[in-house]
Design a protein around this ligand. Structure first.
Ligand code: ZN
Length: 160
């Protein structure tokens, strides 16, 4: 079964959990543990712009704003060793909060995708051991989330 990661957001403005993210694995619905109302589920997702096997550019949308329902920022990494335009991969992750993380992720995705396409690689497809879960959790929960997150990378381009 394919793992699907997501973040659940409480949408009750009067609830203490409002706007805070909760890591979800393989869940399509979310109930806030504080107010017990169902909230919004935002999945991590990615798609290619066209059928081209070579990927020249990766765009990572990050810094999700649950109130507006949109990503505030996009990090773009291009491989300029490819002379012509090729494919662009768009990735959307409510788990990525900072520009630094977004660029690291974008570079890894680009490296991994082109490695699969048998392109020369700069070896940047390094082990994905940093995590992208930056919201406020207890240390134990945070660690558990990171482990769960890492497990989901097995068999994907992100798990080198
Ligand atoms: Zn709530």
């Amino acid at each position: 079964m394919r793992m699907r990661r997501a973040v659940g957001y409480c949408e009750d403005g009067g609830c203490g959990q409002y706007g805070k993210g909760v890591f979800l694995l393989n869940q399509t619905s979310f109930e806030c543990s504080t107010c017990h109302q169902s909230g919004k589920v935002v999945h991590e997702e990615g798609n290619f712009e066209n059928e081209d096997k070579l990927v020249k550019e990766v765009q990572v949308s990050f810094d999700y704003n649950p109130e507006l329902g949109e990503y505030r920022t996009i990090a773009i990494v291009r491989d300029d060793s490819l002379e012509e335009d090729h494919n662009t991969y768009h990735y959307f992750s409510p788990m990525v909060k900072t520009e630094k993380r977004a660029f690291v992720l974008a570079e890894r995705i680009l490296g991994s995708l082109n490695q699969q396409g048998k392109l020369p690689s700069d070896g940047s497809g390094a082990l994905m051991k940093e995590n992208l879960l930056t919201w406020d959790d207890t240390r134990e929960l945070f660690r558990a989330n990171c482990n769960a997150y890492f497990q989901t990378l097995r068999g994907t381009p992100l798990h080198a």
